[in-house]
Design a binder for this molecule. Sequence first.
Ligand code: HEC
Ligand code: HEC
Length: 262
Amino acid sequence: MRVLGILCWLSISAMAQDGVDPEYVIPKKNPHSTPADVQAGARLFMAQCAGCHGPKGEGGKGAVLAQPRLRRAPDDESLFRVIRDGIKGTEMPAGYAVDTKETWQLAAYVRSLGRAPAEVVPGDPKRGEEIYRGKGNCAQCHTVRGEGGVLGPELTDIGARRSAAHLRAAVLDPERTLPEGFLLVRIRTKDGRAITGVRLNEDIFTIQIRDLNGGLHSFIKADLAELEKETGKTPMPSFRAVLSAAETDDLVAYLASLRGAQ
Ligand code: HEC
Ligand code: HEC
């Protein structure tokens, strides 16, 4: 029993060096938030987070952190949790390469970003919404608050998850901004049917796709004559030639205003 206890203690203290002690009781207030902590946090952030969130938290592939209130991290305790555990079902990973103190220093830096002035998005969201529904016909493939198609990702809270710069790039150069795990596939069955769609799931023997009209299909791979994966391709068209510069600004302003169901 004693030996087991010591082993346990050893493995927990070993973990604490490259992770957070699982027994750690998270205090309500950040205990490491001096200017020196913020600076240390900034260095860690550059190395581990800036690739997705932008060096100033301006967002990108990751959420905009330079805003006064974070949806998933309204207080210090929840911010600590998000950085330690990541957010399941999203691209936000667990911060397993940092210890408890470093997690707090990251949290202190993230909070300091929230005090910077918010990103200014030119354009009129009201006109942008008209373009979204009309000329852009975006609802054909995207859902906002329960309305629209399902081929593309849901956009109900896209403004909280992506920077305006990313949204602009997604509309103008969709192939440059593909979300992680997104894959377009082209299938030909042995009985001659051809289907193009977005991969939903795949294992060694089967693949499930959503076709461009929204229909679901499941195939046994052995029944296929051809299975082609089009990495870096998307059915989303570029709107560069369709929208004027002012219309693009309006559309981006509308997308940036989408911050959840409310
Ligand atoms: C691989 C990309 C990626 C990396 C690396 C990453 N994040 Fe994230 N992060 C995301 C995404 C995507 C979200 C939005 C998840 C969602 O809500 O859909 C997010 C969300 C967050 C949130 C919640 C934002 C909110 O509005 O509530 C915080 C805080 C955060 N990240 C901090 C960090 C920190 C600190 C690091 C570095 C230790 C980090 N992230 C590393 C992609 C990333
Ligand atoms: C033919 C279907 C289709 C149409 C029409 C379409 N999209 Fe998309 N869209 C997609 C698909 C599929 C993706 C995911 C792959 C990608 O990023 O290209 C996507 C991705 C996006 C993203 C990036 C989402 C993210 O998480 O980064 C945004 C933003 C977006 N679309 C906005 C729009 C807007 C605005 C319009 C109308 C002007 C539009 N889309 C029209 C299919 C479509």
